[in-house]
Design a protein around this ligand. Structure first.
Ligand code: PLP
Length: 395
C-alpha cells in the first residue's frame, strides 16, 4: 500500500481506552441487558416535531439541490441574532456576513483550526478540554499547549498560568464556555482577563459555546462581545445540544468577515454547503420553534439537581455541581482507584457506564463524568447503583 500523509498520525489521538466501557455498555444495551448509560452527551429528547416537519416539507417540495456555501441569508441572519442574544451583551453586533453555516460545532472548530493554525504555531487550550480538540486543533501541525484549569480551583481558569504559557509562537487561545466536562461557565471577569491577554499578545481566541443556551445559574457571556475582541474571536456553536439535534449536523462559525471569506473558500473545497432542507429546519429551530429550548433546559436543571442531590450522599466521593450542560463530575480520588479503573469496576458490578475524566485531560483525572441525558427514573436508579458500589468499597 502507498504511504499515508503524516496527518493520519496527528488525528489518531489517545484516550480511546476511556470509551471502552461506554462501547461495551452500548452493546449490552442493544443486547437487551439492564444497563444504565451515563457516559455520553447525546440528548435523549427527540428533535421537536415542528422542526422535523419543516425539514420534511422542504424535502417534499424539492429543496434538495446545492445550497449557498456560507449558508442561506435568512439562516445566517437568524444565527447572527441568536449569537447576539446568548452573548450577554447589548452592544455586541453580529451581521450575517460574520456567519458561516457549518456541519456542527465540530466542523466549525475544524474549519477555524484550518484557517488559523499551522505548523510552528502554539495554541493554548484550557484543560480539561473536549476530547476531539487534540486532533482538531493539531491537524495542521500546531502544538497544543494544555493549560490546566485546576481541580483545586474548581476548574476555573488561572489567568497567571495562561499568561506564563504564552510564547512568541502562540497564535491562539481555545476553550469551551460552558465547559465539557466540568460544567464551568466562565464569568465576564475571567473572560475579560483572557481578552486582555489576547489583545496584548495579538492572539486569536477560539470559543466553543455549544452549551451557551444551557446554563443554570451563572449566565453565559461571549468573549467576542468584549471590546476589541470581535475581530480576533471565532465563536463556534450549533443546535446539537440546545435543540436536541446532534444527528442533523448543523452549526456555525461566527467571526470577522475576512475569516468568513476564507471559510467560504474552505467550504467550497470541503463541504459545498450544508444540505438546504437542514438549513430550513435550523431556521425554524432558531425562530418559530425557539421556545422548545426552555422546556428542555428546565428538565436538565431538574436532572442536575436530582443527580447531584443523590450523589452528595456518598462518603467516599465528591460530586461537583455543574453550572451548565448535561454532565456532572464525580471525584473518586478517595477510593484510591484511577477513574478508568473506577469506571470499569462500576460497570462490572452495577452495569452503570461512566466516562473516565482523564480522557479530557489530567486535571479531571480523579473524576468520572456522568451524563444526565436519560430519564429521571433511570438517573435515580443509576445513582442508587453508584452509591451502592461506593458503599461496597468502604465495607
Ligand atoms: C464542548 C463540545 N464541543 C463540541 C461538541 C460537538 O458538537 P456538535 O454536535 O455541534 O458538533 C461537543 C459535543 O459533545 C462538545 O461537548
Amino acid at each position: 500500500m502507498p504511504k499515508f500523509s503524516s496527518l493520519v498520525n496527528r488525528i489518531a489521538g489517545e484516550g480511546a481506552a476511556a470509551w471502552d466501557t461506554h462501547f461495551r455498555a452500548k452493546q449490552d444495551f442493544s443486547d437487551g441487558k439492564d444497563v444504565i448509560i451515563m457516559s455520553v452527551g447525546d440528548p435523549d429528547f427527540p428533535t421537536p416535531a415542528s422542526i422535523i416537519d419543516v425539514a420534511v416539507e422542504a424535502l417534499r417540495s424539492g429543496d434538495t439541490h446545492y445550497s449557498e456555501i456560507t449558508g442561506r441569508t435568512k439562516l445566517r441572519k437568524a444565527i447572527a441574532e441568536e449569537t447576539m442574544r446568548v452573548s450577554g451583551s447589548d452592544s455586541y453586533k453580529v451581521a450575517p456576513e460574520n456567519v458561516m453555516v457549518m456541519a456542527g460545532t465540530q466542523n466549525a472548530l475544524f474549519g477555524a483550526s484550518l484557517c488559523l493554525l499551522e505548523s510552528g504555531d502554539e495554541v493554548i487550550i484550557l484543560d480539561p478540554m473536549y476530547v476531539t480538540y487534540e486532533a482538531c486543533m493539531g491537524i495542521m501541525g500546531a502544538t497544543l499547549v494544555r493549560v490546566a484549569t485546576p481541580r483545586s480551583n474548581g476548574f476555573r481558569p488561572d489567568i497567571s498560568t495562561i499568561e506564563k504559557a504564552i510564547t512568541p509562537k502562540t497564535k491562539a487561545i481555545a476553550f469551551a464556555t460552558p465547559n465539557n466536562p466540568t460544567g464551568v461557565v466562565m464569568t465576564k471577569v475571567e473572560l475579560q482577563a483572557i481578552a486582555d491577554l489576547a489583545i496584548k499578545h495579538d492572539l486569536w481566541v477560539i470559543a466553543d459555546e455549544v452549551y451557551a443556551a444551557q446554563t443554570f445559574e451563572q449566565p453565559h457571556f461571549s468573549i467576542a462581545a468584549l471590546p476589541g475582541m470581535q475581530d480576533r474571536t471565532v465563536t463556534c456553536s450549533s443546535l446539537s445540544k440546545s435543540q436536541a439535534m446532534t444527528g442533523w449536523r448543523i452549526g456555525w462559525m461566527v467571526g470577522p468577515e475576512e475569516l468568513i471569506n476564507h471559510a467560504d473558500n474552505l467550504g467550497l473545497a470541503m463541504l459545498y454547503g450544508v444540505p438546504p432542507f437542514i438549513q430550513e429546519a435550523a431556521f425554524d429551530a432558531l425562530t418559530a420553534s425557539r421556545h422548545e429550548i426552555s422546556g428542555m433546559l428546565e428538565i436538565y436543571r431538574k436532572r442536575r439537581d436530582l443527580v447531584s442531590g443523590l450523589l452528595t450522599k456518598a462518603t467516599n466521593a465528591h460530586v461537583l455541581i455543574p453550572e451548565a450542560g448535561m454532565f456532572v463530575l464525580l471525584d473518586i480520588a478517595e477510593t484510591g482507584m484511577t477513574a478508568n479503573e473506577f469506571a470499569r469496576r462500576l460497570y462490572g458490578s452495577e452495569n452503570v457506564s461512566a466516562l473516565d475524566g482523564a480522557a479530557f485531560g489530567e486535571p479531571a483525572a480523579s473524576c468520572v463524568r456522568l451524563s444526565f441525558t436519560s430519564s429521571e427514573k433511570q438517573l435515580e436508579e443509576g445513582c442508587r447503583r453508584i452509591l451502592r458500589f461506593l458503599a461496597s468499597l468502604n465495607a
